[in-house]
Design a protein around this ligand. Sequence first.
Ligand code: DAH
Length: 335
Amino acid sequence: MEVKLQNLKNTILKELAEIKDSQLLADLKNKYLGRKGELNEILKALKDLSDLEKPRIGKLANEIKQELAEVFAQAESAFNPNKQTNFNFDASLPGTKKEIGHLNPSTIVQYEIEEAFLAMGFAVYDGPQLESDYYNFTALNIPADHPARDTQDTFWLEGDNLLRTHTSNLQVRMLEKYGAPFRGIFPGRVFRYESTDASHDHTFYQLEGLMVDKNINIGNLIATMRTLLSSVFKREVDVRLRPGFFPFVEPAFEMDIKCLVCGGQGCSVCKQSGWVELMPCGMVHPKVLEAGGLDPKVYSGFAFGLGLTRMAMMKYRIDDIRLLQSGDLRFLKQF
Ligand code: DAH
């Protein structure tokens, strides 16, 4: 029986080597390995063997059967390379597409603004969102009883701590740390304790800028803002400058842009005025320079606080601020 098995194997291998197409191959496989094939006929006789021979021959028979199955599978895939078998991996099939995440529109705009400022020699800094009363207010010439504190509804924490209400909290921190000359922007998250509507959220993003050196003047401020706006919006944007008031800049300005959502017609984003307050700015107040350890007789500078969230809304014509942090994929997938 052992000899029969070996002979069968040799015959099969010999015939297989001469096969020219897949149909003949299938026929051959059926003839020898099929249910009624010759191999099975031989195996049927196993039961008649002595108990001593049965395990040895049985093992050999199985090995031969398996070996032949593999040889046939290889031959099949050689005739038909696109057919998936256990022994054949087709690397040319398209893979399953992995979904990748999307940047939030505010982040996209943030990166663009960073690029524009990096090109102008500014560096990008980060700082604490959990802040002390000192850096958020006092160091910025906003003393405890100053009415300007009322304009910023604050999330107070224990002690004299708070969630920063603006990125201006980094102005004095940066001057203390790096001194002058200084050129930096600080994008980041800020918090206001206020009720939400289409244009207000309790959490949003600002981008603060600060430049301090000898002989910095309003001309430097305006030129920097112009360069920024045209690089972000990729076109000329209508702007207007109004006098403003912020205790940490003197003089202070409000830079508005014509609402890009409605084109100046009036909508919920611009509160029907056609204009959107985009960028308060001004010349750094001498007291702030002093708090940062600089002599205001030697140094001057400008600062601005850009509403990053609002800028993203303008750029992408988003008419409800709450969408930005909704986590709604139907919204986020559009960017
Ligand atoms: N921190 C102010 C706010 O959140 C915005 C601001 C105004 C920043 C004037 C400035 C500035 O740097 O010069 O309302």
